[in-house]
Design a protein around this ligand. Structure first.
Ligand code: MN
Length: 435
């Protein structure tokens, strides 16, 4: 059984034999009236089917004697395929993707009624595609009408996330292999950027080098718009304008990750455009690094996700007190979140097919317990905007974030992005070698 079949089996066992589940492919996104964005498949759909095309629907019918896995796909159309490329077609949906039965997508409304009217509940995640939501509502109205005489038909639409997204949180071997590749490509791109940055080069030139490296090595492209933020731009968390020339006194913050085979890397490094850090830059940098290393060090199965953030905050607050950027009692600063003018985001998110991957951070009111196979980022930072006149002038305009991708293993944290230098000596070495 291939991995997609194993995943469908595991999901169907959880859904139970009286349920049906519907997963549509992602709709095509338009950039202009007749220009499409590069297609990005829906992660849930891709996880369960491996099917890369738009205009497709996966129907799961747990316990059905012959047709547990039904695909609706675009049929062959030689005229259309001349323009947009080969389609798997109904035959390929069965032969290549393992559907037990497949239909042209335009038969969906006609066929789904009979399949699902024998089930008592329908799993479907609404809110992602309003057009498809309307379709599901129309089916439900139809089943409401036929239910009194048929005696069967779904009475509830439920979110499959509680089962499916729990599965996606713990990565299987194929997923880990794709993630490792995405992260290895990303590491190459960050190292290339560290060698290439110098005064006079624009942020967009570094962005182009990063994105070029992703594509050259077989990634689909950046998993999110690459942030290449020189100097004070690094204090804007989601800076993507990337149009400023770098100057010798800048730090350069790059937050960029490749998308490979549907899996996302998410890595941030900050380094000097000169071949060494200035004193104040190095003080802030070493504090963020210390916080990041301490936060990574607590990762192991059984700890709560929240503890990673707490550890980072403790180290950052101690350091901000030492640097006289904050004053007062550590506990008081933490409970009142007085560090937030310097550190305003969370330390960690799940990582996988989505950059901010699916899965609960809290279960029954408590922060989630880590398990082997989960993948998460650790990304503390300090951001001091250039116009912060309440702050010692030597620190103004400094923004630092350091982000790695961590696999939780029974032996502790496995830093998947360790190939990108982050210790000041290693960064200064690669800077000097590249110049
Ligand atoms: Mn991140």
């Amino acid at each position: 059984m291939d991995l997609h079949a194993q995943r469908r089996r595991a999901l169907m066992d959880r859904l139970g034999a009286t349920a049906a589940a519907v997963f549509p492919a992602a709709p095509v996104a338009l950039r202009a009236i007749d220009v499409e964005h590069r297609y990005h498949q829906d992660s849930d759909f891709l996880y369960l089917t491996g099917f890369p095309e738009p205009e497709a629907v996966c129907l799961l019918l747990p316990g059905h004697p012959k047709e547990e896995f039904v695909l609706f796909v675009r049929p062959h159309d030689p005229e259309r395929e001349t323009w947009t490329g080969r389609r798997a077609g109904v035959d390929g949906a069965i032969a290549t993707y393992g559907a037990q039965v497949a239909y042209p997508i335009d038969q969906l409304d006609e066929k789904i009624g009979a399949y699902v009217s024998e089930r008592d509940r329908l799993y479907y995640r609404s809110g992602r595609d309003p057009t498809f939501d309307q379709r599901v509502l129309a089916w439900m109205r139809q089943w409401q009408l036929t239910r009194p005489r048929a005696g069967t038909g779904p009475t509830a639409v439920l979110d499959p996330a509680e089962f499916l997204h729990e599965m996606r949180m713990v990565k299987d071997p194929e997923e880990l292999a794709h993630l490792r590749t995405a992260i290895a490509i990303t590491a190459d791109a960050h190292r290339a950027a560290m060698r290439a940055a110098r005064p006079g080069v624009h942020e967009y030139e570094i962005e182009a080098l990063v994105d070029y490296t992703f594509r050259r090595m077989g990634a689909a492209g950046p998993a999110y718009p690459s942030i290449v933020a020189g100097g004070p731009n690094a204090t804007t968390l989601h800076y993507v304008t990337n149009d400023r020339p770098l100057t010798a006194g800048d730090l350069l913050l790059i937050d960029a990750g490749a998308d490979f085979a549907g899996y996302c890397a998410d890595v941030t490094r900050t380094f000097p455009v000169a071949d060494h850090f200035s004193g104040p830059q190095r003080a802030i940098y070493e504090l963020v690094l210390q916080a990041q290393l301490a936060a990574i060090a607590v990762i192991r199965p059984g700890i709560r996700h929240e503890q990673v953030h707490q550890r980072a905050v403790e180290v950052l607050v101690d350091g901000l007190i030492d640097l006289r950027l904050l004053s007062g009692d550590r506990q008081e600063i933490i409970s009142n979140e007085r560090y937030r003018p310097f550190y305003m985001h969370r330390t960690s998110h799940w990582l996988g097919m989505d950059v901010h991957d699916v899965g609960l951070y809290k279960v029954a009111g408590n922060s989630r317990t880590l398990e082997p196979g989960m993948v998460m980022t650790v990304e503390p930072g300090i951001y001091i905007a250039a116009d912060r006149d309440d702050v010692d002038p030597q620190f103004r305009g400094i923004g630092v974030r350091i982000e790695d991708d961590i696999l939780v293993t029974s032996d502790g944290p496995d830093v998947l992005s360790a190939a990108v230098p982050k210790h000041p000596g290693d960064i200064e070495a690669i800077r000097r070698a590249g110049a």
